[in-house]
Design a protein around this ligand. Structure first.
Ligand code: F0G
Length: 353
C-alpha cells in the first residue's frame, strides 16, 4: 500500500523527534496544492492554493498537533491544555484522545464556530467556556501549564511551529522551488512564523533557490500587528483570527521584515467576499478567516501594488464546513422552495424551461 504517512514520517529528519517518539498521527499534511485559475486571471500571477482544510480535523493545526501530542505522550504527560478560537481545540482533542491523553480546552464564550465546538465535544474534550477573549484564555492556560500537570499545546509550545513548517516543505516539493510570494491569514501569528522557518530551512539546504516574501493579513477589527498595539476587544466575523495580542507577534514581524514582505489588514466585507468567490469560482470552500489571504492579495492587486508574473501560494487554513452559519448568512440569495415531485415542475423551478 502506498499512502502519505503523516508529517512526522514524511519529514522525520527535520523534526524534533527521535526513534523512541511514539508517533501520534491521523495522516495529516500532504494537502492539495490547487492551481487557482480565476485568481491567476485576476492578478496576472500564477496563483496556487494550499488547501489546509483537507487535514484530518479540517485545519492546518494538525501539522503542529501531531508533533506536540507525540512529544507529550513520550514525556509521559497525562493531560494537555490549550486556548483556542476553535481549530486548535478541535485538533488537540482529536490527537490527544488518540494518544490516550485528556484534552482540556479553553474557548472564549460566544463566537466559536459551531463545527469546531462540535469537534471538541464529540472527541470528548474537557471544555471550559471562559467569559473573556481568546487572549484571556491564552493567559490562563499558560498559568495552568506552570502550576498543574498539564502540557501546553498552543503554538507558544515551539514544537507546534516545527510541525507547521512542513507545509512550506510541501509547497517547495510540489513546485520544484519556493514561490515568489507566500500569502496567509494571521491571528495568533504562529503559522506565518512556521512557514518562514520552513522556507529558510529549504533555502539553507539548497533544496530551494530562494525564500518567498511573506505576506500576512489580519482582520481589520483584530489587527494588532498592523496597528502596532494590542487590541483590547478584537472583533471580526472571521472568528478564527479574533486575536488582540498574538503570542508570536515578534516572530511574525521577523518573518515579514526578513522576507521583505508585509502584514496588512482586510475588512470583514473583503474577507467574506473572498470566501464566496473562492467557493463559487475556484470550487474551494474555506472558513472566513481562511479567506483573509485571498482578500489581501486581491486588495493589493486592486491598489496597483502587485507585480504580475509572480508565483504566489496562498494558504487557505481551514475548511468551510467549520462555520456554515457565517457562510450561509453571507451567501447570495438561496431560497429553496419545496417543489412537487414532478419532473416538469422541477424543470420550471430550475429555470430549464
Ligand atoms: N486560519 C484559521 C482557520 C485559524 O484557525 C487560525 C488560528 C489562523 C488562520 C491564524 O493562524 O494563529 O497561526 O496566525 N487559529 C487559532 C486557534 C488561534 O485557536 O485555532 P495563526
Amino acid at each position: 500500500p502506498h499512502q502519505w504517512r503523516g508529517v512526522i514520517e514524511e519529514y522525520r529528519d527535520r523534526l524534533p523527534v527521535s526513534a523512541d517518539t511514539p508517533v501520534v498521527t491521523l495522516g495529516e499534511g500532504g494537502t492539495p496544492l490547487v492551481a487557482a485559475q480565476w485568481l491567476s486571471e485576476q492578478t496576472n500571477c500564477e496563483v496556487w492554493l494550499k488547501v489546509e482544510g483537507s487535514n484530518p480535523t479540517g485545519s492546518f493545526k494538525d501539522r503542529g498537533m501531531t508533533v506536540a501530542i507525540s512529544l507529550a505522550a513520550q514525556a509521559g504527560d497525562k493531560a494537555v491544555v490549550c486556548a483556542s478560537t476553535g481549530n486548535t481545540s478541535a485538533s488537540a482533542a482529536a490527537y490527544a484522545v488518540r494518544a490516550g491523553l485528556l484534552p482540556l480546552v479553553l474557548i472564549p464564550a460566544g463566537r466559536i464556530a459551531k463545527g469546531k465546538l462540535a469537534q471538541a465535544i464529540v472527541h470528548g474534550a474537557q471544555l471550559v467556556t471562559v467569559d473573556g477573549s481568546f487572549d484571556d484564555c491564552l493567559r490562563i492556560v499558560r498559568e495552568l501549564g506552570k502550576h498543574y500537570p498539564v502540557a501546553l499545546v498552543n503554538s507558544v509550545n515551539p514544537v507546534r511551529l516545527e510541525g507547521q513548517k512542513t507545509a512550506a516543505f510541501e509547497v517547495c516539493d510540489a513546485l520544484g522551488d519556493a514561490p515568489d510570494l507566500h500569502v496567509l491569514p494571521v491571528g495568533n501569528a504562529g503559522n506565518i512564523a512556521a512557514y518562514w522557518k520552513g522556507y529558510l530551512e529549504y533555502e539553507k539546504d539548497k533544496i530551494s533557490s530562494k525564500a518567498p516574501q511573506m505576506w500576512g493579513f489580519q482582520a481589520e477589527g483584530a489587527a494588532p500587528i498592523v496597528r502596532g498595539a494590542i487590541v483590547e476587544k478584537p472583533d471580526t466575523a472571521a472568528t478564527a483570527i479574533r486575536v488582540g495580542n498574538p503570542a508570536s507577534w515578534i516572530l511574525a514581524e521577523n518573518a515579514r521584515d526578513e522576507s521583505g514582505g508585509r502584514i496588512e489588514a482586510v475588512s470583514d466585507e473583503q474577507i467574506l467576499t473572498a470566501q464566496r468567490d473562492l467557493a463559487a469560482r475556484e470550487g474551494v470552500f474555506v472558513e472566513p478567516a481562511s479567506a483573509a489571504g485571498v482578500a489581501g492579495l486581491l486588495a493589493t492587486k486592486a491598489a496597483g501594488r502587485l507585480d504580475g508574473g509572480q508565483t504566489v501560494v496562498i494558504t487557505v487554513t481551514g475548511h468551510g464546513l467549520k462555520d456554515i452559519d457565517t457562510a450561509l448568512a453571507h451567501a447570495l440569495p438561496h431560497e429553496t422552495p419545496v417543489t412537487p415531485a414532478d419532473t416538469d415542475a422541477v424543470a420550471r423551478v430550475a429555470g430549464l424551461v
